[in-house]
Each structure stands twice: as C-alpha cells, then as structure tokens.
Design a protein around this ligand. Structure first.
Ligand SMILES: [Zn+2]
Length: 307
C-alpha cells in the first residue's frame, strides 16, 4: 500500500507540473496598435553578485540604479537551481526550470518547443521585427535562441567582441540593426570561478569594472543616438546568479540565489515594492512590445513589471 501511495504521490506531483502544457491552447496573438518604434536591449552579465554593485567597482551602473526612471533591485531571485543553463533559459522563456526542463549546463531534455524564448512570440507577431542575440557563452544561442531569432552569434566570443558587435549593430554600421537585442557577458563568471566572486577580489572587481564601461557605452548609444532617431528603447540589465567563494552551487546562499536586475525607460512606471525573479523578464518585454495572448498568459510564470 505504502508503495502504491508513493507512486500516486509522485504521479500527482509530476502530472500537476505538466498540466499547463496540455491546458494551453495556441491562441492568436493580440497586438497593441499604440506600440510603434518600440525596441529593447537586454544586457546579461553572468555571475553578478549583488553586493559587487558599488560606486567604486561599477560607477556607471551604481549611478544608473538610483535614477528616477529606473527599476532596480539587488534581491532579484534566481531559480532554485543556480546553474547558468536553467537561469538563462528562465530569463528567455519566462517559465521556471521545471517547465523548460533545463536543469544543468548540458541543456539535455529541454522543452523549448513547448516553452520557446520570448523572441518566438515577437517573430510571430511582427513580420519585420529584427531579433538578435550576441553571447560570449555559446550554449545560450546554440540551445535556446538559434532556431527562433534572426541573428545569433555562433561561437564563443570574448566580452570585448560582444560589446563591439553590439555597439556596431546599434550605431548602424552593420547591415542588420536589431529591434530587440539580447547580450551576454561571461568573463565575470570566469573570474569568479578562478579567483572568487567578490568585489574584494581584484580580478573579479576589475572584470566587472570593464563590463561597467561596456554597459555605459551601450546605454549611451541608446540614449544619445537611437532614442534621438525617434525610437523608444527599454533597457534591461540582468544576471543568472551570484556567487560565493569560487562557486555558485549552493542554492540556499543569498549571495548566490539573489542577483541584480535593472530596467530603465524614460517615462514608464514600474511596479513599486515588487521583487523580480528570472521569469519576469520575458512577460515584461512582450508587454512592452504590445504582444499578448492567452497562450502566453497560460504558459509564462512571470509578470510584467510595467505598471
Ligand atoms: Zn552563470
């Protein structure tokens, strides 16, 4: 009896988690006709421990985080599983790891055909939209983005190359100007694993200082060039996890399971007193881009933080 009971409990738990898939019929996308010239830049910084965002280490992001037109938290919640694979997958899909089923960095068993990245819905909604992803850590593109976006970088890139490619595409010196651009810098995570995840560790702090300069450069292109062309950019900075010592496996540790999240827009209001998690990015971006459907509402776990 005990055994049967246990089997039923296991079945109930797993079936319960699977239910949303069967119950989400494909639903035609609705578009908000008021949305015109909306664009998004998402800057992903791998392994950003929240308390490393300081006036000395990250002067630009530190200043940005206190601006009136910014939502910022240093308590942004990672997935319970604090590997990079599950967290970048949740950021891009808007669903928790037990749905997209990425539980480590192998991406084996992923269910992106059921829970695609948010760019899939944008591509379905707007024929002309240009979605791009430029990442240092190649698996994000290989496993998550490649089949859904217009442009994905293919091999491992240095953070400097990620920055240069992004900047050039935004200042219009490449053939493809992205409407929605996702970036990922990975060298902070590498410095953390080699030397320690702490602003007290010079290798980690110096790497973050360099990334801060990249972020400033990209933000200035958006603010001074793209928005002056009449475009309307939403700017986001997110990380997949923090770190402690030279690792980020302990999911109970707040230096690991909390990280930073920032979003900026000149005149939007964001939810006050709300603490974000990885699944909130995708619904926020789709909301900003005026794309909604019952399918999206049904599948996604996060909420839009736009008021
Ligand atoms: Zn990572």
């Amino acid at each position: 009896m005990k055994k049967i009971f246990l089997i039923c409990v296991i079945c109930f738990v797993s079936c319960k988690k699977d239910l949303p898939i069967e119950n989400c019929p494909e639903h035609i996308l609705s578009l908000d006709p008021a949305i015109g010239n909306h664009n998004v830049l998402i800057v992903g910084i791998d392994g950003f421990r929240s308390d490393a965002l300081t006036e000395n280490t990250t002067p630009f992001m530190y200043g940005l985080s206190s601006r009136d037109d910014v939502y910022f938290t240093s308590f942004h919640k990672t997935e319970e599983d604090t590997y990079s694979g599950p967290n970048w997958s949740s950021i891009l899909t808007g669903v928790h790891y037990y749905k997209h089923n990425v539980v480590d960095n192998s991406f084996i068993g992923s269910r992106f055909s059921t829970y695609p990245p948010f760019q899939y819905y944008l591509e379905r909604a707007y024929q002309q939209i240009n979605t791009s992803s430029i990442t240092n850590w190649a698996p994000i593109n290989t496993f998550v983005c490649q089949q859904y976006l217009d442009y994905t970088s293919e091999s491992t890139l240095s953070d400097s190359i990620v920055f240069e490619l992004a900047r050039e595409s935004l200042i219009n010196s490449l053939s493809l100007v992205p409407d929605v651009l996702f970036l990922q810098f990975d060298e902070l995570d590498a410095a953390g694993h080699s030397f320690g995840f702490s602003s007290e560790v010079s290798e980690y702090a110096n790497t973050l200082f360099k990334i801060d300069i990249f972020v400033e450069g990209l933000f200035n292109v958006i603010e001074e060039k793209r928005n002056n062309l009449g475009e309307n950019w939403l700017f986001l900075i997110v990380s997949d996890h923090g770190g402690d010592g030279t690792g980020h496996g302990d999911s109970e540790n707040p230096h690991i399971n909390q990280t930073i999240f920032l979003t900026q827009h000149p005149y939007l209001n964001f939810l006050p007193n709300y603490i974000t998690n990885q699944t909130d990015l995708a619904p926020t971006i789709l909301d900003y881009m005026g794309v909604s459907s019952k399918e999206i509402d049904c599948k996604m776990d996060g909420v839009s933080i736009i008021e």
